[in-house]
Design a protein around this ligand. Structure first.
Ligand SMILES: [Zn+2]
Length: 194
């Protein structure tokens, strides 16, 4: 198992749709082990395969929930059915979302408060549950990754403009940029001493 570098926005792998997983083999499970380790080292609540440069349809997550779902797991070939997304202005604090591939930044975004999740586990067995609240948000954020979309692509005009500026200022938005969890400074200020 090893921690892998996390790809930063601008690399084509983050902005292209992924291939469905068809081989539930040891290679897949090796990738999943690395994704768990990378997600934990980065203090993330979710990590899509594209974020470690692999264009396959799966993500790992770790998030407490009141739903009938594990707090930690992998979802292979996920499909979501979403509740309605409110069109009112998102709350600046309570609905600010971040992403390990847009490190250190956060912008508010409305998401569906409910999602039905259908997927497979690392052996190809079916998984199905309903997710609510922030857990539903995590499911939407990670599934978006697998469709080649980042949360910053979904921001309203006001926040999208701020995000574009900030990304430009960081010098991102081009291929081959990565950061290394556990080596580079933690972009969201988490530390292992917590
Ligand atoms: Zn993300």
């Amino acid at each position: 198992m090893s921690v892998r570098p996390i790809v930063i926005t601008g690399d084509p792998v983050l902005h292209s749709p992924t291939r469905p997983v068809t081989d539930f083999d040891d290679e897949l499970r090796g990738l999943i082990a690395d994704m768990y380790e990378t997600m934990d080292a980065a203090h993330g609540v979710g990590l899509a395969a594209t974020q470690v440069g692999v264009p396959l349809r799966l993500f790992t997550f770790v998030h407490e929930n009141d739903d009938d779902a594990p707090n930690r797991g992998v979802l292979v070939n996920p499909r979501l059915t979403l509740g309605k997304i409110s069109e009112v202005e998102p709350d600046k604090e309570d609905e600010a979302e971040g992403c390990l591939s847009v490190p250190g930044l956060a912008y508010p975004l409305k998401r569906a408060d409910w999602a039905k999740v259908s997927a497979q586990d690392e052996f190809g067995r079916p998984i199905e549950f309903e997710a609510t609240g922030w857990f539903a948000r995590v499911m939407q954020h990670e599934t978006d990754h697998l469709d080649g979309k980042l949360y910053v692509d979904r921001l309203n005009a006001r926040w999208a403009k701020k995000a574009r500026k900030a990304i430009k200022k960081e010098g991102w938005g081009k291929p081959d940029l990565t950061w290394m969890p556990g080596v580079d400074e933690d972009p969201f200020g988490h530390s292992d001493e917590e």
